[in-house]
Design a protein around this ligand. Structure first.
Ligand code: COI
Length: 355
């Protein structure tokens, strides 16, 4: 197995950092100086290196492009007031990557390889981590099948790559969502519970239709009955009704979100009533009409907490309570920031200092 000692490092000749204001860049468009690459062939991880961020030569025939043997993770690093850089729950992402790998018949990435690649990369690119209140370094580990072969078969070769980009808020404003009952994100027995690239590709068309109607995102429903909420866009979804936090229970159609898990942990720690179960459209829309829906929000690594202020269902638009009245999601958003920025005690042991 590859260890830290095996990672060869080629540093960039001249950093590009001075070309950017990392506290003020669009999400996902500016990349740090370096990237980590590990190569899998002959049944094992053979090579690991850090090199300057660059386009890499890959075959146009490679399996990831044609048949979607491609998975990814999203995670973040934060800088505290002392300038120290820490990762938020990195092992949760490493474990989920491997869950995705198993489902997609890809090789697992050993914890040691994942963590040593990540920490070496962050030591080099620590200067790129934003210091602004809502800023972070978004980290994108991904695993792709690289066999140059058009026949449909499990690839024999893979690349595991980590790239990073400074990021501010994913959504600059609270969002409006459309309840989607024609198209589905996931089906039982499928890959909805993993971060397979195809889950995102299939969502583009329904999202475009919703955007043409004035919504920023769709809210997915279950494919069998169309009666239950699943996720919202690329996020898990949560509701507060009667002071109870509700969220769809995990299943093979719902991603086990790290932010979802963290929000639930904080809510339980604060003594809030939490229910992870099927959440029906009917109960939520009844609560909306009776003025009993207190909060609705999406949560995910990129978006953190995204307030949902409008919902479209069955041809009708409903306004949801204003963000200023949302006590729980405002508090949880603030507490997550405080933990990540080192201002609140890390009582769950979520932060891992890397530099
Ligand atoms: C994340 O929150 O990290 C995601 O995976 C969403 C995204 C595709 C930007």
């Amino acid at each position: 197995m590859t260890t830290t000692l095996d990672i060869s490092i080629t540093k960039i000749k001249e950093s590009r950092l001075s070309h950017y204001d990392v506290n003020n860049v669009a999400f996902g468009k500016c990349f740090t100086d370096h990237m980590f690459v590990a190569e899998y062939a002959n049944g094992q991880w053979e090579k690991a290196y850090i090199q300057p961020y660059a386009d890499v030569p890959l075959s146009y025939a490679m399996s990831a492009l044609h048949y979607g043997q491609a998975i990814f993770e999203g995670m973040k690093a934060y800088k505290n007031e002392k300038g120290e850089v820490s990762l938020f729950r990195p092992l949760a992402n490493q474990k989920r990557l491997n869950k995705s790998a198993v489902r997609m018949a890809m090789p697992e990435v050993p914890e040691e390889l994942f963590m040593s690649g990540l920490s070496e990369l962050l030591k080099l690119d620590a200067g790129w981590v934003p210091t602004s209140e809502t800023g972070s370094l978004y980290i994108r580990p991904f695993l792709i099948a690289t066999d140059e072969a058009i026949g449909v078969k499990i690839s024999d070769t893979y690349k595991f790559i980590i790239i990073c980009c400074p990021a501010g808020k994913y959504y600059s404003e609270p969002i409006k969502v459309l309840v989607e009952t024609d198209f589905f994100r996931a089906v039982h027995g499928g890959v909805g519970f993993v971060k397979a690239a195809g889950n995102y590709g299939r969502s583009m068309y329904p999202t475009r239709l919703a955007q043409q109607k004035g919504y920023q995102q769709v809210i997915w429903t279950d494919s069998e009955t169309h009666k239950y909420f699943e996720e919202s866009g690329t996020m898990n979804v949560m509701f507060v009704i009667n002071d109870t936090l509700l969220t769809p229970a995990l299943s093979d159609t719902i991603l086990d979100g790290v932010t979802r898990n963290s929000v639930l942990a904080l809510a339980r720690d604060w003594g809030m009533k939490v229910e992870e179960r099927k959440v029906s459209i009917e109960e939520v829309m009844t609560a909306v009409e009776a003025g009993k829906l207190q909060e609705m929000f999406g949560c995910g690594t990129a978006a953190t907490i995204a307030q949902i202020v409008g919902i479209g269902y069955n041809g009708k638009d409903y306004d949801l309570p204003p963000v200023v009245d949302r006590k729980f999601s405002t508090k949880v958003d603030e507490e997550l920031r405080n933990i990540r920025k080192g201002r609140s005690a890390d009582k769950f042991g979520w932060m891992l200092k890397v530099s």
